[in-house]
Write a protein that binds this ligand. Structure first.
Ligand code: NAD
Length: 261
């Protein structure tokens, strides 16, 4: 995918970026020349090797900083340890599916903490850094579920609607500065977490892989195609260009028409 911006000298901190969408965004921003801070709650050799591989491939600086985004103090420490944060991508997220009356309280609390509150904590530390640098981008990875609902995903939908509201507030608080804040709302993206659901769903519905993808997973995605991590990386890269200087406080859907229904 063509990159239309040069992010040399900028540093991007991406929460929840040792797999899936966060890793895809990190790779795209590294390709555009940005230095990268990867994060997750684990601290393995593989995590650090991911950062080393990205640095070697793109000739940029990349670090892996462990931090549990369910804990406010660790969210703040992530940005403090990064030391500089021109581009903040709040991407860490988890899901749990259950009816409200059976929804485990600890799952509700974890989803609200990781998918919503972490973005408040990271922004609180990153915004002064962006002001000092005279430029900044806050990009929150929400979801089509930040704009629409589905049953049995109460915490996820509350958190994703919440992050859309938080995005608008950050945009208004920075409106007269060279800082923008936007939310990207993906539909279904074929990440490992989605890939893992396919075999079980095939068994559950007695369907082949293609039918499960088309009729079950992509039931609400009119394009009948997954969005890709590279497309999300490209959308983030676009939001980092000067062409996007006046795009702030809004949502960009990358959902194959889901929210047009
Ligand atoms: P994923 O499971 O591959 O990635 C989630 C990332 O968050 C992982 O790197 C994981 O290690 C990290 N993470 C989880 N808990 C954490 C914690 N406590 N602290 C720090 N990091 C933590 O899933 P994904 O599909 O790449 O999801 C990334 C984001 O995109 C999420 O916010 C998700 O809600 C959103 N999203 C995904 C889809 C999709 O179809 N895959 C669609 C819309 C939105």
């Amino acid at each position: 995918m063509a990159i239309i911006t040069d992010l040399s000298g900028k540093t991007a901190v991406i929460t929840g970026s040792n797999s899936g969408i966060g890793l895809g965004i990190a790779q795209t921003l590294a390709k555009a020349g940005a230095n990268i801070v990867l994060n997750s709650f684990t601290d393995t050799d593989d995590d650090h090797a991911l950062a080393a591989d990205i640095a070697a491939e793109h000739g940029i600086e990349a670090r892996y900083i462990q931090g549990d985004m369910s804990k406010g103090d660790q969210c703040r420490a992530l940005i403090e340890k990064a030391g500089v944060c021109d581009i903040l991508i709040n991407n860490a997220g988890i899901q749990h599916v259950a009816a409200i009356e059976n929804f485990p309280v600890e799952k509700w609390d974890a989803i609200i903490a990781i998918n919503l509150s972490s973005a408040f904590h990271t922004a609180a530390v990153a915004l002064p850094m962006m002001r000092k640098a005279g430029w900044g981008r806050v990009i929150n990875i929400a979801s089509a579920h930040g704009l629409t609902a589905s049953p049995y995903k109460s915490a996820y939908i509350a958190a994703k609607h919440g992050i859309v509201g938080l995005t608008k507030t950050v945009a208004l608080e920075t409106a007269e500065e060279p800082i923008t804040a936007n939310a990207i709302c993906p539909g279904y993206v074929l990440t490992p977490i989605v890939e893992k659901q396919i075999p079980d769903t095939m068994k559950q519905y007695n369907m082949d892989r293609e039918t499960v993808i088309r009729e079950i997973l992509l039931a609400r995605q009119p394009s009948k195609e997954f969005a890709t991590t590279a497309q999300l990386g490209g959308t983030v890269a676009f939001l980092c260009t000067a062409a996007a200087d006046q795009i702030t406080g809004t949502t960009i859907s990358v959902d194959g028409g889901w929210t047009a229904l």
